[in-house]
Design a protein around this ligand. Sequence first.
Ligand SMILES: [Zn+2]
Length: 439
Amino acid sequence: MTEPDRTEDVAAHARSRVVDLCRDLVRIESTNPGNGEREAAEHVAGLLTDMGLTPHVSETDKGRTSVVTRVEGADPTRPALLVHGHLDVVPVQAADWTYPPFAGEIHDGMLWGRGCVDMKDMVAMTLSVAEGWHRAGAKPPRDVVLAFTADEEAGGTKGAKDLVENHAGHFEGVTEAVGEVGGFSVTVRDDLRLYLVQTAEKGIEWLRLTARARAGHGSMVHPDNAVTQLATAVSNIGRYDHPVELTPTVQRFLEEITEVLDIPLDPDDADTAVAKLGNISRMVGASLRNTSNPSMLEAGYKVNVIPGVASAQVDCRFLPEHGEELLAKIRELPGPGITVESTHSDIAVETAFEGDIVEAMAAALKTEDPHARTVPYMMSGGTDAKHFSTLGIRCFGFAPLLLPPDLDFSALFHGVDERVPTDALEFGATVFSRFLAST
Ligand SMILES: [Zn+2]
């Protein structure tokens, strides 16, 4: 006898619960830096316990808490899937908000609050589906590890990185993972929506430039000036036009969008195609090339004193396989006498947009939105995928949301008035339940 198909029951349950689950999470002020994740983690662990699961709670520093559990699949001999979401949110300036950022209020069909898109929405989708499995007596096809992490907003050292380095046993047998940032819709026409699945993210290289020269009186002739040297270096780096380099993810992305927009793909002018994407062009434009943005300057203490030292910090992001090239260029650009040192670096990740898991995403989206077309993209920021990928796991960003065409989605991340349409959450939970039932 085969198992009865509970997919529709799970989908219906997930759909009915996701908004409340997200709202409850938004009301927990898990700011980073700030309150930390413990209260949110305890809340999640309680929900998992109620589902008959065994949550493993781990804490790095006081209040910096992550939760991991494993849902047994119908075929536990198959490689497992990881579903991960971070519990922390970035802080707010509450006075700037239309509605209080930690009240979880619903207005105009939207749930408002910090974390609504980054990323308590996906945490709620995940919980709604797991609860659906429990209620319906259903199992996912294979083991699913659920990880709810601390500290993603500060690089994950006290969350995913700790889990990977000190609790790797939780991820035994995991070959694929889904987390943020992807699965959201970009409306091209009434009858065509692109859903961007993240298959890559850029690497990070934060650099400090230091100029050392002769200190002296501001009234003198003084060509050997650290401030002047640093200014030249900063200007050279900030103005440098990094060449467009298409990784497999971006190549595929551009092929897809130029096809649907019916414009020619000119590899020497990828920016023109990207500019046609409206609100998200800023986000995807950064996936075409390495970037180097000077962001901090430090020098001097009095106007008539020339300091002996001047320094600047530069936020560099590199494409997968292009980290060395970026560093070589940045060492060349400042000119003589400037030292360049790394203050923080992290890897780039990229996986192929292929396999059963990708087909399961596309099919789940298509069931709920007949106008869906699934395309891969590269994110310029970093996520916990950087840490999980070190275990050899293929990482995807997939938190499905059908968004209104005019919503500037990328601006909501860390933005004022972060919010999510409640029907997008319901759509997401439904798609997510179908995806997890078929991968
Ligand atoms: Zn996030």
